[in-house]
Design a protein around this ligand. Structure first.
Ligand SMILES: Cc1cc2nc3c(=O)[nH]c(=O)nc-3n(C[C@H](O)[C@H](O)[C@H](O)COP(=O)(O)OP(=O)(O)OC[C@H]3O[C@@H](n4cnc5c(N)ncnc54)[C@H](O)[C@@H]3O)c2cc1C
Ligand code: SF4
Length: 329
C-alpha cells in the first residue's frame, strides 16, 4: 500500500470540497471495498476523506418516503422494521450478500459505489480499461465466465456487483448529492450507473468530489410485494451469478403491474421494462413468467464461458416471480 493522508470530514460541504480540490483524493466510508483495492494496488489515493462521522447515518420515514443517509450501515437498513414491511426487496437483497460482519461495517453509499469484481480489474498486472483507461480489456481474450451478457462494450464487459443496487432499480429510488463546488443534485437511480461504452473507468454519473448524502425511496404500493432471489457459486456468501429483484401488483390472479431488474449478468443494474410490460394483464402463472423471462434476456450476448448465465438468469426471473406470486397478501 502506498502512503496516503487521512482526514476526518467535519461537515458535508467540507468533505466534498476537500475531495474536489485534490484530484487523487477519495471518500472513505466503511472501507470494506476501498481498503481492499488499496491493498491490492488497484487504487492509490493520495488522501482519504472519512465521511463516517458526518450526520448522514439516519433513516427517516414518513407516509411518502424513506430518506436513507449515505452512511447508514447495510445491516441497519436490512434490520429496520419499516424497510422490511414496505420495501422487503431491499432487506432480502442486503441479506443475500456479504457476511454479517461486512454488513455491520459497510454503508449504503459505499455499496452502490463499489467497483466490479472482474478478476482482471483486481489484478494490477492485467490490461483493464476500467482500471487504466486505454490499456485494453483482458477479458476479451481471457477468462470470461464472470463477464456480463447484457450492457457490455468492446472496451469492458464487467458485471456491476451490488445486490442493493439491483433492488433499488425497481423502486424509483433517488440519489441526492453534494458537489465539491457547493451545488447539489437529485439523480434518479435509473440513470445513476453508466454503461461502459468507451469510458468504462466511470461507473456512475458522479463527478470527482461529489458526495452522496442520501437515498430516497418513494412510497410505492407495489414495493410491499417485492422479492430478491439470487444464485451464487457459494451459498455462505458470494456475489451473484444471476439475481432478480421483482415486484408484483396482483388482482384476482392477474398482474396489474410488475417490476423486474437483473443483477450479476449486466454492466449496471438492469431494469427489464419490456418484460414488465409483457406481464401486465396476464394471469400470474408460470407461462406468463417464462415469457417475461425470455424477454428480459432477449438481448443477452454470450461469450465463450458465460453462456450458462443466460439460461440461469431466465430461471432466476421465473423463480423470483413464482415465489412472489405465491406469497399471501
Ligand atoms: C468478502 C466480501 C463479500 C462481498 N459480498 C457482496 C455481495 O454478495 N453483494 C454485494 O452487493 N456486495 C458485496 N460486497 C461488497 C460490499 O457491499 C461493499 O464492500 C460495501 O458495501 C462497501 O461499502 P463501504 O461503506 O465499506 O464502502 P467503502 O469501501 O468505504 O467505499 C466504496 C466506494 O464508495 C465511495 N464512497 C463511499 N461513500 C461515499 C459517499 N457518501 N459519496 C461518494 N462516494 C462514496 C468510496 O470513495 C469508494 O470508492 C462484498 C465485499 C466483500 C469484501
Ligand atoms: S471487463 Fe472491464 S473490468 Fe474486466 S478487464 Fe475488461 S475492462 Fe477491465
Amino acid at each position: 500500500m502506498r502512503p496516503f493522508t487521512y482526514v476526518e470530514g467535519i461537515s458535508v460541504a467540507d468533505a466534498a470540497a476537500a475531495v474536489h480540490a485534490a484530484p487523487a483524493a477519495m471518500f472513505l466510508a466503511g472501507g470494506t471495498a476501498i481498503v481492499d483495492l488499496m491493498k491490492l494496488g488497484v487504487l492509490a489515493p493520495a488522501a482519504l476523506v472519512d465521511v463516517q462521522r458526518l450526520p448522514l447515518g439516519d433513516i427517516e420515514l414518513d407516509d411518502r418516503r424513506a430518506r436513507i443517509g449515505a452512511c447508514v450501515r447495510n445491516a441497519q437498513l436490512a434490520e429496520h422494521p419499516e424497510i422490511r414491511a414496505r420495501w422487503p426487496v431491499v432487506r432480502e437483497a442486503l441479506l443475500s450478500g456479504m457476511s454479517a460482519q461486512l454488513r455491520n461495517m459497510s454503508t449504503v453509499a459505499g455499496n452502490i459505489l463499489q467497483r466490479t469484481r472482474c478478476p482482471y480489474y483486481r489484478d494490477p498486472h492485467s490490461a483493464c480499461n476500467k482500471r487504466v483507461p486505454g490499456s485494453g480489456c483482458a477479458v476479451q481474450t481471457g477468462w470470461d465466465r464472470d463477464a456480463a451478457v447484457l450492457g457490455g462494450s468492446p472496451h469492458c464487459l464487467a458485471v456491476f456487483p451490488s445486490d442493493l443496487a439491483t433492488a433499488l432499480a425497481i423502486l424509483d429510488a433517488i440519489v441526492y448529492t453534494r458537489r465539491g463546488d457547493g451545488g447539489a443534485r437529485r439523480l434518479p437511480f435509473d440513470g445513476f450507473h453508466r454503461l461502459p461504452g468507451d469510458t468504462p473507468e466511470r461507473d456512475t454519473v458522479l463527478d470527482h468530489g461529489e458526495l452522496v448524502t442520501h437515498l430516497e425511496l418513494p412510497d410505492l404500493a407495489i414495493a410491499r410485494r417485492s422479492h430478491y432471489f439470487k444464485v451464487r457459486d457459494r451459498a455462505s456468501y458470494d456475489f451473484a451469478l444471476a439475481s432478480a429483484a421483482v415486484a408484483l401488483d396482483l388482482e384476482r390472479g392477474h398482474v396489474r403491474d410488475a417490476r423486474i431488474a437483473l443483477g450479476g449478468v449486466a454492466t449496471r443494474p438492469w431494469r427489464c421494462t419490456a418484460a414488465e410490460q409483457s406481464l401486465r394483464g396476464k394471469r400470474a402463472e408460470l407461462a406468463s413468467f417464462r415469457a417475461a423471462a425470455d424477454l428480459a434476456l432477449a438481448d443477452a450476448v454470450a461469450r465463450t464461458h458465460n453462456g450458462f448465465k443466460i439460461e440461469l438468469a431466465r430461471h432466476v426471473v421465473v423463480r423470483a416471480l413464482s415465489e412472489l406470486a405465491a406469497r399471501p397478501g
